[in-house]
Ligand binder design. Structure first.
Ligand code: T1G
Ligand code: NAD
Length: 646
C-alpha cells in the first residue's frame, strides 16, 4: 500500500496519508508528499489540494524511532517549503493530533481546517529537542510571539477551538472532515489567497519580554535544556530574517537530537508507551471494568475515586460509618472544586463528577461491582476484616484489589475465597494526579486479573508498572534506600541543606529532607516502630531521633528544618543540629554534583537488586516508577538510565 494516495473531487485533489499507527513522517511519507506536490502542480485541472490522513490521527510528527539514524532526504524543512511554494494552495484537514513535524507540514499549507475534537502542538521539547522544520519560525508569524513561546517551550498541545482563536487553525468543523475541507477549499478559491506564512511579518514583543521569559523557563526547566534552546530559536525568529532563523532552528535541532537529554527523553517516550501493554499479556482479554467500588474515603480512597470519576467511571464508596462517608464525599468535593479553581473543570462538570459517586456504609452496595479497590488504614487486621466482607458480598468473579503500601498482599488475600482474583493496585498520592500505578500480583493472581489491572491503568491514563512482592514494592523500596543514603551523608558531616540543594541541582523539585518535611516524618517512623514491635531489627534512623523529639515535619512547625508559621521556606535548625550532634563523624567533603551522583547511584543499586530478584520486569519500568511516582527528572531518563550512561 502506498503511504500517499491522490483522489480527485472536481478541481480539488485530495491527498491521503496512510502510514499507521500515527502517520509519522517516515522517509517514504516525506518522499510521497514531495512527489504529490510535483504531480499536482503539473496537473492543470487541479486548483486546490486537501491533505488528509487515514486512521486515528493527522500526522503525529517525525518518526521518533528514526532519530538515532542519519537524516534521509527529502528533509522535512524542505518538504514544508515545497508544500508552501506549490502552485496550488494546500489545505490541511486535521483530525486527532497534528504534532511536531505534522503540525509543521500543516503550517506549510495555505489553510488549516480541523475537527473540533482535534489538537495541534509542538511537543518537541518533551523529547529533548526543538521543532526542526520551522515550528519556531512559522508559528510566531501566525499566532504572535507570546503564544508561540507558550506552545513551543511547554510542548503542550492546544485543542482546535483554542488554536482557532490563536489563528493557527482557519476553520473548526464538525461532522465529515473530508467533505468540510473540500468545501472550504472550493470557497477559498473565490477569495484572494493570504500570503504564505513564511512571508508574513512578525510584531516584536514588549521590551523585557525575552529576559522575563528566560528567567521563568529556566526556573521551571530545572536543568532540562530544550525549553531554553527553543526560546532562543523563537528569539532568532523575531529578530532575524526568515532564512537565517530557519538555519538557526535547524542547527539547534541537529545539535540536540543526539544529546544525552534527548536520548533519555526518547527512551522514556517509548517506555511510557510500552508499559501499559506488556507483551506477556498481549493475548489475554481483561475483565469488564464498568462498575467499581472503593472502600475507604481518606486521602487515597478519595483520590482513587476522583481518578475513576475523571475517567468517566461510576463509583460506589464504602466507609465505616455515616460520618466517614460524609468525610469521604467532602474529600472528593474538595478535589473537584480544586479542579474548578485551577480552570480544569467547569462547575457543572465538577458537580457531575461528584454526582457519580454513591456513598454507603453497607457492603451489600458492592454486590454487583466488577472491581473493588480497598484503601483503608494500613493495618493488617483492618484490611483482612474488609476483605472478609468483600468475599462475602461481592460477585465471585469480581476483582478484589488492595492499595497497601507495605503490607504483604498474600496475607490479605488469604481471607478471600478464590485469591486468584486478588491483586495489589498501588496508587500514589494524590491518586488523581500522580500517573504511576504499581500493579502487584500475588502468586495465585490469574492472568486475566493481571490484565484487568493494566486495563484499569490504561483507562485512567496512568503509567502501570508490574511489581513483585517485597517491602515497599519497587518505588518505596528505592525511596527507603535513597533516604538511608542521604542520612548517611549527614552522618558523614554533609549539611542537610547541602544534600537537598544537590538533589534540586540534579533536577528534583525537592531534596529528600525537604520532601520528608512536607509529607511528614511520622508515617515511616510508625512503620519502623511497628516492625520493631514485631521484634525485627530496625536500626534507629536520624529521622526517628527527630520524631521522638516531636519534629514530624512542616505540620509540627519543624522536621529536618525549622519553619515560620504559615511559611514553607525551610530554615536550617539549631535544634536539629543539637539533636544529631552525637551521630555525626565528619568525613571527606563532597561537592553537590558528587552528592547527587552518589545518591542516584544508590537508587540504581537498589534498582539492580530489585531487577535481579525479579521484582521489576525491566530497568525501564524502574525508571518509570521513579519519574512518575517520585519526581525523578524526566530528562535524566531515570536512575537506571542515568547509571547506564555513567
Ligand atoms: N514516531 C514513532 N512512533 C510513534 C510516534 C512517533 N512520532 N508517535 C507514536 N508512535 C507509536 C507509539 O510508540 C505506539 O507504538 C503507537 O505509535 C501508538 O502511539 C521535525 C522533531 C499521536 C497523540 O511527539 O503524542 O516531529 O506501542 O499509544 O494514544 O519538528 O502517539 O503501538 O508499537 O501514543 O492514540 C513530535 C508523539 C515528534 C507525537 C496518539 N511528535 N505521539 O496517541 O497512541 S518530533 C510527537 C503522540 C518532530 C519535527 C520533529 C501520540 C498520539 P506501539 P500511542 P495514542
Ligand atoms: P487515611 O487514613 O487517609 O484513610 C483511610 C480511610 O479508611 C479512612 O477514611 C477510614 O475511615 C477508612 N476506614 C478505616 N477502616 C475502615 C473500614 N473497616 N471500612 C471502611 N473504611 C475504613 O489513609 P490513606 O492515606 O488514604 O491510606 C489508605 C491506604 O492507602 C493505606 O493502605 C496506605 O498504606 C495506602 N497508601 C497511602 C498513600 C499515601 O501517600 N497516603 C500512598 C499509597 C498508598
Amino acid at each position: 500500500m502506498p503511504v500517499v494516495t491522490i483522489a480527485r473531487e472536481g478541481e480539488i485533489a485530495v491527498v491521503t496519508v496512510d502510514n499507521p499507527p500515527v502517520n509519522a513522517l517516515s522517509q517514504a511519507l516525506r518522499q510521497g508528499l514531495w512527489d504529490a506536490v510535483d504531480a499536482l502542480d503539473a496537473d492543470p485541472g487541479v486548483r486546490a489540494v486537501v491533505l488528509i490522513c487515514a486512521g486515528r490521527t493527522f500526522i503525529a510528527g517525525a518518526d521518533v524511532s528514526e532519530f538515532g539514524k542519519p537524516p534521509q532526504p527529502p528533509h522535512l524543512p524542505d518538504l514544508v517549503d515545497h508544500i508552501e511554494s506549490a502552485a496550488t494552495p494546500w489545505v490541511a484537514a486535521i483530525h486527532g493530533s497534528a504534532l511536531g513535524g505534522g503540525f509543521e507540514v500543516a503550517l506549510g499549507c495555505r489553510f488549516r481546517v480541523a475537527l473540533d475534537s482535534a489538537s495541534v502542538g509542538l511537543p518537541e521539547v518533551t523529547l529533548g529537542i526543538v521543532p526542526g522544520a520551522s515550528g519556531t519560525v512559522r508559528t510566531p508569524r501566525i499566532a504572535g510571539i507570546a503564544a508561540a513561546v507558550d506552545l513551543v517551550t511547554t510542548g503542550r498541545p492546544v485543542k482546535a477551538p483554542k488554536a482557532r482563536e490563536l489563528g493557527l487553525i482557519d476553520a473548526v468543523v464538525t461532522g465529515e472532515l473530508r467533505a468540510a475541507a473540500v468545501d472550504f477549499a472550493r470557497a477559498a478559491l473565490d477569495r484572494p489567497l493570504p500570503p504564505p506564512v513564511s512571508q508574513r511579518e512578525l510584531t516584536p514583543p514588549e521590551p523585557g519580554f525575552w529576559d522575563e521569559r528566560e528567567a521563568a523557563i529556566a526556573r521551571r526547566a530545572r536543568g532540562d535544556a530544550a525549553p531554553l534552546r527553543a526560546l532562543a530559536c523563537l528569539r532568532k525568529a523575531a529578530e532575524a530574517p526568515f532564512a537565517e532563523a530557519m538555519a538557526f532552528e535547524r542547527a539547534t535541532f541537529l545539535d540536540l537530537r543526539g544529546s544525552d537529554q534527548a536520548q533519555a527523553l526518547r527512551a522514556v517516550f517509548f517506555a511510557e508507551r510500552a508499559a501499559p501493554r506488556p507483551a506477556a499479556l498481549r493475548d489475554i482479554a481483561p475483565l469488564p471494568l464498568a462498575r467499581i467500588g472503593v472502600v475507604g474515603g481518606g486521602t487515597m480512597g478519595a483520590g482513587i475515586a476522583a481518578a475513576l470519576r475523571d475517567a468517566g467511571l461510576p463509583v460506589v464508596l464504602v466507609e465505616r460509618d455515616d460520618e466517614a462517608v460524609a468525610r469521604g464525599i467532602a474529600n472528593l468535593q474538595r478535589i473537584f472544586e480544586g479542579g474548578v479553581k485551577r480552570g480544569k473543570l467547569a462547575p457543572d462538570q465538577a458537580a457531575a463528577r461528584l454526582a457519580g459517586v454513591t456513598g454507603s456504609t453497607d457492603y451489600a452496595a458492592l454486590a454487583d461491582m466488577d472491581l473493588v479497590i480497598e484503601a483503608v488504614f494500613e493495618e493488617i487486621g483492618v484490611k483482612r476484616a474488609v476483605f472478609e466482607e468483600l468475599g462475602r458480598h461481592c460477585r465471585p468473579d469480581a476483582v478484589l484489589a488492595t492499595n497497601t503500601s507495605y503490607l504483604d498482599p498474600r496475607l490479605i488475600a488469604d481471607v478471600v475465597p478464590d485469591p486468584g482474583r486478588f491483586i495489589g493496585l498501588h496508587f500514589f498520592s494524590p491518586a488523581n494526579v500522580m500517573r504511576l500505578l504499581e500493579i502487584v500480583p500475588i502468586p495465585e493472581t490469574r492472568p486475566e486479573v493481571l490484565a484487568t489491572g493494566f486495563a484499569l491503568g490504561r483507562a485512567l491514563g496512568k503509567i502501570p508498572v508490574q511489581a513483585g512482592i517485597c517491602e515497599g514494592f519497587i518505588g518505596n523500596r528505592i525511596l527507603k534506600r535513597y533516604r538511608a543514603a542521604a542520612e548517611d551523608l549527614v552522618r558523614r558531616g554533609i549539611a542537610i541543606a547541602e544534600v537537598d540543594a544537590a538533589m534540586r541541582g540534579y533536577g528534583f523539585a525537592m531534596g529528600p529532607f525537604e520532601a520528608q518535611d512536607l509529607g511528614g516524618l511520622d508515617i515511616a517512623f510508625l512503620q519502623r516502630e511497628g516492625a520493631r514491635a514485631e521484634g525485627r531489627d530496625v536500626p534507629e534512623t536520624l529521622g526517628d531521633i527527630l520524631v521522638r523529639a516531636g519534629r514530624k515535619g512542616q505540620k509540627t512547625g519543624g522536621g529536618w528544618y525549622d519553619y515560620q508559621p504559615g511559611d514553607r521556606t525551610p530554615h536550617p535548625s539549631a535544634e536539629v543540629a543539637g539533636l544529631l550532634a552525637g551521630q555525626i563523624t565528619p568525613g571527606e567533603a563532597m561537592d553537590r554534583p558528587a552528592i547527587a551522583e552518589h545518591l542516584v547511584a544508590q537508587m540504581a543499586a537498589e534498582g539492580e537488586a530489585i531487577q535481579a530478584e525479579g521484582i521489576a520486569q525491566s530497568p525501564s519500568d524502574i525508571d518509570l516508577v521513579e519519574i512518575h511516582g517520585y519526581g525523578f527528572p524526566r530528562w535524566r531518563g531515570g536512575p537506571m538510565f542515568a547509571a547506564r550512561k555513567g
